[in-house]
Design a protein around this ligand. Structure first.
Ligand SMILES: [Zn+2]
Length: 86
């Protein structure tokens, strides 16, 4: 059984969460708002951002699995929270 607390990278965390499924995530004591993060600035707007590292963020895809997206290159925020978008 993989442990969320032992994830060492953002992609490792993402893989672990997808393998465990939501029930086991709860069993390991996480409610989704408190996953480990892996460096880099905390996004100003963390809505729909489940974890992050210096270059990437973790999102929850529509199919219920976690995925990784690159931060916006211009501002470092989640691409869907870009500070320069109108
Ligand atoms: Zn931006």
């Amino acid at each position: 059984m993989k442990m969320i607390s032992e994830a060492k990278t953002l992609s490792g965390l993402c893989e672990t969460l997808n393998e465990l499924g939501s029930d086991e995530v709860v069993n390991q004591g996480y409610d989704g708002s408190d996953f480990p993060t892996f460096g880099g600035i905390e996004p100003q707007d963390t809505e729909d951002v489940w974890s992050y590292d210096a270059k990437r963020i973790m999102v929850l895809d529509e199919d219920g699995s976690y995925g990784i997206k690159y931060r916006c290159l211009c501002c470092g925020q989640a691409p869907f929270h870009c500070l320069r978008q109108p």
